[in-house]
Design a binder for this molecule. Structure first.
Ligand SMILES: *Cc1c(COP(=O)(O)O)cnc(C)c1O
Length: 383
């Protein structure tokens, strides 16, 4: 645990985002909160407990370790669904703890049935089908075998869900591809029904699809980025606004990342700042050193680019972001001193540093920036 910086999670913002999502999707659509990648860098235990207090009882993760983190926090009070990797050695824990999981190949299906038999429990599976992303999912020519297997093993394997994932619903450029995926998914569902095999639910939407293609909401939506108060892309936001009278962003950022100035110094005209020669002081300058660097998740690509807030003013990163430190230009701040608050993500007075603005500077997606924020930074839930 290090104390160079802190992360605050805003309960009110989170509640607001969830209520926006509920209103948008309606009562019939279940929301599964996607908390992979340490809950998009927010902190999985904190987010899960906040979500549970807001009546969310379904969570999606990538792997078994993340599922265990949720179990530790919520015990058996919530449903957990692993969308990615379940290693063979973890299968017993998964089945024994009623953790649900995606199955996209024959080996895992067989393993699931075998484990269930051994434990005298049912494995709860979501059959993921290939519709055009070409990542994970059963191919069309495997469907008959899957159907036969699920029928034969129905005492041991519970066919909870049929699912797929879209290849880039956040961009209009992919409209045709996603549209084709939606049709294929429906065809596969119909084919299963015709073969007298019906899943309890079907689900396909991530944040972007749930907004851009409402027909993808089905029985459940797997919502990551929106719950944290961020849009998957500017296009999704614009598309959403175009359907509304109000032009106000209904989402609110949940995360704030703060640090403190560790030292202030003056730099003479004509001097370079930091490693190498990437920044030349073309005037007399004052810089503040901040104890945050790329080891904490502040990307090196924000060198000479990133903005932080000090004393209610925007200050630009000068020189390169180092492993544990960076320097920012505070020449225009009269009274700046050691221990003054620095906001890396969030607001100070009337200004704010949004996460979207980071991706503009560094070409990183919101997702990537957030998930790189170090796990060791203390998280604090605030009202
Ligand atoms: C990450 C993920 C999601 C959630 O994506 P968002 O864009 O953050 O909503 C949904 N489904 C799957 C399979 C995922 O991997």
């Amino acid at each position: 645990m290090h104390t160079n910086s802190t992360i605050e999670l805003n309960t009110t913002a989170y509640k607001k985002n969830l209520s926006f999502l509920r209103t948008t999707f309606g009562k019939k659509v279940q929301i599964s909160c996607v908390v992979k990648g340490n809950a998009y860098g927010h902190g999985v235990k904190e987010i899960v407990s906040m979500a549970y207090k807001n009546e969310i009882t379904h969570f999606s993760v990538f792997d078994v370790q993340e599922a265990k983190d949720i179990k530790e926090e919520l015990q058996d009070k919530a449903t957990i669904m692993v969308m990615g990797l379940v290693q063979d050695e973890d299968m017993e824990w998964v089945v024994d703890n009623n953790v649900e999981f995606f199955v996209f190949d024959k080996a895992r299906l067989t393993k699931a049935a075998k484990t269930a038999k051994k434990l005298h429990k049912k494995a709860i599976v979501h059959i993921e089908v290939e519709t055009g992303m070409n990542r994970t999912g059963f191919e069309k020519n495997e469907l008959n075998a899957v159907i036969a297997f699920l029928k034969k093993e129905k005492e041991h394997v519970f066919f909870k869900g049929l699912c797929t994932h879209y290849a880039g619903a956040e961009s209009i450029a992919n409209y045709y591809r996603v549209d084709k995926q939606i049709k294929r998914f429906e065809d596969i569902y119909q084919y299963l029904c015709k073969n007298e095999l019906k899943p309890e639910i079907k689900h396909s939407a991530c944040s972007a699809a749930s907004i851009m293609f409402p027909e993808t909401r089905m029985d459940m939506v797997r919502i990551g980025i929106l719950q944290y108060g961020l849009w998957p892309s500017p296009e999704v936001f614009v598309n959403f606004l175009s359907t509304k009278k109000s032009k106000i962003d209904p989402l609110q950022r949940v995360i704030t990342w703060k640090s403190k100035i560790m030292s202030v110094k003056k730099v003479k005209i004509g001097e370079f700042i930091g490693y190498g020669t990437s920044f030349l002081a073309e005037r007399k300058m004052k810089v503040a050193v901040i104890p945050i660097g790329y080891s904490h998740g502040y990307s090196r690509s924000l060198s000479n680019q990133g903005r932080v807030l000090i004393d209610g003013q925007q200050c630009i990163v000068v020189g390169s972001v180092n492993m544990n430190m960076m320097t920012v230009d505070v020449t225009n701040l009269e009274s700046v001193k050691k221990d003054d608050e620095v906001v890396l993500i969030g607001s100070q007075n009337d200004l704010s540093v949004s996460i979207a603005s980071f991706s503009d500077y560094s070409n990183q997606l919101n997702y990537e920036l957030l998930t790189r924020i170090s796990k060791t930074i203390p998280r604090k839930i605030i009202e």
